[in-house]
Design a protein around this ligand. Sequence first.
Ligand code: ADP
Ligand code: MG
Ligand code: MG
Length: 210
Amino acid sequence: ADGLDLSALESWIREFARLVADRRDELTELDSAIGDADHGANMDRGMSAVVTALEATPPTDPAALLKQVGMTLVSKVGGASGPLYGTLFLRMAGVAGDGTLDAETWARALRAGLDGVVARGKAEPGDKTMVDALGPACDALDAAVAEGASLGEALRRSAAAAAQGRDGTVPMLARKGRASYLGERSVGHQDPGATSATLLVDAAVTALAP
Ligand code: ADP
Ligand code: MG
Ligand code: MG
């Protein structure tokens, strides 16, 4: 397919929920090293609620879907990740519209989501947060779109960039969120939020070409 329609976006959300559930323990372990050991539980609780809402009230277009996901995360997840991921999806909803997202629209939507996360959390690149995975993912999408790459190719490149960004958080000193309380002791650990954000981008690759 060369576009993400409502059904592909639903697959993306379900795949993200599945990956989060699957990797829940890993996310929790990462958060136990530099946080309060709840990132796996937070994300799994949120995304399970998202899937439940999706089934109870099926959205009729991409913007409505993304809005529902964002509202559910904001209301069900108490930690930092709830409002931040909630904002990401709500901002994406503002770009998505009611049709099918091509590579360019997807790139703009994810960029709007990232901008929302930054506006809300004030993290800069290098602060050891989800921004360090999402930023490279957005940059890779922009580059792929500029080169005229297919949507599938653009998504694969953004997933590879997110993974690289996630790995890049290991040597960083945390400057935002709970991990920042550790100062130098945050160095040498992979950021939990950058790890879940990489799953979000991975899920898009799978959803487009299952
Ligand atoms: P909490 O820290 O409240 O327990 P979570 O454990 O669910 O929330 O999420 C922690 C993750 O949230 C971190 O690994 C980091 O990636 C992300 N995060 C925390 N604060 C910020 C921020 N200000 N901006 C961007 N991301 C942040
Ligand atoms: Mg936590
Ligand atoms: Mg917490």
